[in-house]
Design a protein around this ligand. Structure first.
Ligand code: NAD
Length: 225
């Protein structure tokens, strides 16, 4: 279905981003992976997912907190594949602290990676999408973009920002064949939630199972996604 298209998924070396990259590869899209940590493993998984469709998989290690890195990644994607047709803004980090103890450096990093990066990758991919009259932008927000959670103020602020940006941009580019949507997952079984579980265990002395059950209880299915 997506053969001949190129999808760039930020933060796709693990978790939700890696799952999305594999799903898009299965549909035949060439993939640009991004993120930290092991690259060979995720690249092999995405190549295997897209094997029958003959997809190509590239990787760029842009630090999504740095506009210059994002510019370099978009240039490299364009030179390799012509343009980015599908942009999935997924990279994200988390930090848990009360607002008066929130490290300023963590606040800045969360706003840069979870929110400002969406602005940068979007502004840089839109000219190609508009020229072709077709583009898809999917922002991985969170239920934290729709309601508040205690002790994750920067994350909640950034995700509310992502939803606002999605709404504004969707109106701006709809006449040009580009759709912009956000998805808002609940707690999902990834490294981010593994850290949240450890955090609850450390702070409350409860066991891991109890911590996981507490997170799962806020999902409609009463289990982690
Ligand atoms: P994860 O930690 O498994 O993956 C995060 C990805 O982002 C990794 O590939 C990591 O290398 C990358 N990354 C982190 N900092 C980066 C940076 N500066 N530059 C480039 N890449 C960077 O987490 P996840 O749970 O898969 O989260 C993915 C997205 O989903 C995030 O935006 C997160 O806020 C959102 N989300 C997660 C959950 C959940 O419960 N796990 C729920 C709702 C939304």
């Amino acid at each position: 279905m997506l053969k001949g298209k190129t999808a760039l998924v930020t933060g796709s070396t693990s978790g939700i981003g890696l799952g999305i990259a594999k799903a898009l590869a299965r549909q035949g899209a060439n993939i640009v992976l991004n993120g930290f940590g092991d690259v060979d493993g995720p690249r092999a998984e995405v190549l295997a997912a897209g094997q029958s469709a003959g997809v190509q998989v590239a990787y760029h290690g842009a630090d999504m907190s740095r506009a210059a890195d994002i510019e370099d990644m978009m240039k490299s994607a364009a030179s390799q594949f012509g343009r980015v047709d599908i942009l999935v803004n997924n990279a994200g980090i988390q930090h848990v602290a009360s607002i008066e103890d929130f490290p300023v450096e963590r606040w800045d990093a969360i706003i840069a990676i979870n929110l400002s990066s969406v602005f940068h990758s979007t502004r840089l991919s839109l000219p190609g999408m508009k020229a072709k009259g077709w583009g898809r932008i999917v922002n991985v927000a969170s239920t934290a973009g729709l309601k508040g959670y205690r002790y994750v103020s920067a994350y909640v602020a950034a995700k509310h920002g992502v939803i606002g940006l999605t709404r504004a941009l969707a109106l701006e580019v709809a006449p040009r064949g580009v759709t912009v949507n956000a998805v808002c997952p609940g707690y999902t079984e990834t490294e981010m939630v593994a850290q949240a579980v450890q955090n609850i265990v450390r702070k409350t002395g409860r066991g891991e199972d109890a911590a996981r059950a507490e997170l799962a209880a806020s999902n409609p299915q009463q289990r982690l996604v």
